[in-house]
Design a protein around this ligand. Structure first.
Ligand code: FES
Length: 172
């Protein structure tokens, strides 16, 4: 009779141990899932609230001789940001520097029309409402000037005769 009671106690202990282990494992899995979920949420929120610029990259545009003095070319980032890269008329024909070029958004900050470079007037021009911008992107006439809406400017650099632009390659 005593042995039967002892077997029941052993069975009870084994069942209790398995149940405790199962509960601990389930808790661990749930905690891991919650930590992973909240971690992802806070990482996304952090990137949105405190953009660090780490989503930018230098991208190849062209050989420096691919844009002649006074000319401009369109360029788009992988995220769809459209810019116009222009070479100043007065730049050295044979040895241009980074200061010989400038890159400005080609989307008018007023209502989103396409702006274009006018070499003869040394300005960017938006035909929708006669908005005009200087080489630095500063609005100089039309509604953008009245509202202080300038064109965003993007950094350029030259490496071994090739022109590069720094632009976003992903969005939050
Ligand atoms: S949209 Fe460019 S001036 Fe209005």
């Amino acid at each position: 009779m005593g042995e039967i009671i002892s077997e029941n106690e052993d069975t009870f202990d084994e069942t209790h141990d398995r149940r405790s282990a199962l509960t601990a494992a389930t808790s661990l899995i749930m905690f891991g899932g919650l930590a992973s979920g909240y971690g992802t949420f806070f990482a996304m929120a952090g990137r949105f609230l405190f953009p660090s610029g780490s989503n930018k990259a230098w991208m190849f545009v062209t050989d420096v001789q691919g844009i002649q003095p006074g000319q401009s070319i369109p360029f788009s980032s992988p995220t769809g940001v459209r810019v116009t890269i222009t070479r100043k008329s007065e730049s050295s024909p044979s040895n241009p520097t980074e200061e010989s070029f400038f890159a400005l958004s080609s989307v008018c900050p007023h209502l989103g029309c396409r702006v274009h470079w006018e070499a003869q007037n040394d300005r960017f021009f938006c035909p929708c409402h006669n908005g005009a911008f200087d080489q630095g992107g500063k609005a100089v006439s039309g509604p953008p000037a009245a509202d202080g809406q300038n064109l965003p400017r993007y950094p350029l650099k030259i490496v071994e005769g090739a022109l590069y632009i720094e632009m976003p390659y992903s969005s939050v």
